[in-house]
Ligand binder design. Structure first.
Ligand code: HEM
Length: 210
């Protein structure tokens, strides 16, 4: 869980930084999207790095979901008929929402790929292959889609905050100081992903990004 989780958070964080290019205008954003397909060429074939990344992400998702089910089953077996009591409310809520939150994130990734990468399902008439900027603006111009994206960023941020706390447990690190520092790092990364990404649909709705 820990290793594949870190791979994911790393991807989403770097993706968020790339998404911020939208504030530099269509040319910068589309240039960046094009660069992702060309990076490493001619040493690496066209889209070589992109496909390597896709394979890594798919393998990580499958491993992450599989590990979550193994952990869940192991926890149930270990707990037997007993329930953990006196757990701080925030921690208990965080732990309980990990599984449904993870399912929501998976649904989001599916919708997101159909929406902005494949151009089916939600914007078939306005999707222009190679014009990532215009596709993004067309997608976020629909209020329900903008709300969906912003809301999912909240779910992702909560998932990261709780996941970063349990990550050290998974890796067996017990130092109190290290835990404190790590929790702060997790919160900061989650906040950056939340604000950096959610800002985009909000500003499209406000007519600032057009
Ligand atoms: C508001 C937030 C986001 C925006 C504006 C955004 C934007 C985009 C755009 C424009 C593309 C298509 C790039 C292209 O085809 O040229 C894309 C692809 C993708 N995004 Fe996002 N994204 C956001 C959040 C996320 C999040 C949170 C995740 C993961 C949980 C994610 C995962 C992906 C994946 C896996 C791809 C496909 C990459 C590929 O295989 O080509 N995105 N995103």
């Amino acid at each position: 869980m820990a290793v594949t989780g870190v791979i994911f958070v790393g991807y989403v964080f770097v993706h968020m930084i790339g998404n911020l290019k939208v504030f530099s205008g269509p040319e910068a954003f589309n240039g960046y999207a094009q660069w992702l397909r060309e990076v490493g060429y001619p040493l690496i074939p066209h889209r070589g790095v992109l496909w390597a990344l896709r394979v890594l992400l798919v393998v990580s998702v499958l491993a992450h979901v599989w590990a979550s089910l193994v952990l869940w089953a192991r926890g149930r077996r270990a707990r037997g008929p007993h329930r953990r009591r006196r757990m701080p409310t925030l921690l208990a809520t965080g732990a309980r929402t990990m599984l449904p939150g993870g399912v929501l994130i998976l649904v989001f990734v599916g919708v997101h790929l159909l929406d902005l990468t494949i151009g089916r399902l939600v914007t078939p008439e306005s999707f222009r292959s190679g014009d990532a900027y215009q596709n993004l603006v067309a997608s976020f111009s629909r209020p329900w889609m903008a709300i969906f994206y912003a809301a999912i960023m909240l779910v992702i941020a909560a998932h990261i905050v709780h996941g970063s706390r349990t990550l050290l447990q998974d890796l067996g690190a017990t130092g109190q100081r290290l835990r404190m520092v790590w929790v702060v790092v997790g919160v900061l990364v989650a906040l950056a992903i939340l604000l950096g990404n959610a800002l985009i649909p909000v500003l499209v709705q406000m007519g600032v990004v057009t």
